[in-house]
Design a protein around this ligand. Sequence first.
Ligand code: HEC
Length: 280
Amino acid sequence: MKRISIIISLSVFYISCNNSKTTHGDSLRVAKLEKIEIPAGDTLNIDLVDLKAKGLLINTQVVTVNDDPVYHKTKKFNALPLKELLEKFSSIENLNAANTKVVFECEDGYKPEMPLEKLLSAKAFLAVSDVDAPEGREWEQILKDGHAMKAEPFYLIYAGVSPKDGDFKWPYNLVKIHFAPLNENDAMLVPKDATAMTGYNLFKKHCQTCHAINKIGGKMGPELNFPKSVIEYWKIEDLKAFIQNPASYRNDVKMPTLGIKPTEVTEILKYLEYMSKHKI
Ligand code: HEC
């Protein structure tokens, strides 16, 4: 599917702020971007790294997260309210939130998404640095399954959202945010055969943030369908066992053990089988 990305250039505003080294007032004068209508199929990108480089992510406040789902303890971050940031640097006001999703792009290829309406319903913040970081660093490292992971450059956090609520995404190592129609990829990924539907929903929930099917999805793990489906070059029994316990196949494996039940794996494989016959 052809996607035209609208990259917002902030360079014009940058010039007007650039002369002043003080951090008060001036940067808030950054003009609102012109309202743009986003036709279906188009996306709207916010490059957070670029905004920081231009000195636009300032005036942070300290936000405390009890029982942080990534660090597994109480953490304090220097953060900016996300809604205000999106309103300032994108044209979300023009979007119909009910029909829009937010896609978070992480440096490591992880790509979670959630409905814009859901995101706006909570107090979300963009954490730009970690108050508890060790001397000389901006962030404390994240330890996940024994691997050290980078939280920088940005981490999405919330105030008043339970870390157990799976509807809210907490991406770290975040670099870009983009908006797209809520059902953007349905035509490509939703199976037309009801027997593969349960598997599709499971795949969407547990796998798509890291894996692409027909080039759509995360890039942290390999594409699973195109040009060859894993169904075509893995033995089914191995595929089942790998999905349940990747570390039993590869040393230092980067795919986590997700706790998927055997019956769920069977459903996911029905979907992968279906998609292997429906390539791009
Ligand atoms: C957090 C990211 C992540 C999630 C979530 C994830 N995977 Fe993976 N997956 C990976 C990575 C990374 C690899 C490459 C593993 C390696 O060799 O270290 C991989 C490898 C695989 C492979 C082997 C591909 C090959 O040919 O080498 C399969 C099959 C697979 N994943 C299926 C799944 C399924 C099905 C799900 C959902 C139930 C899933 N993965 C969820 C990251 C993920």
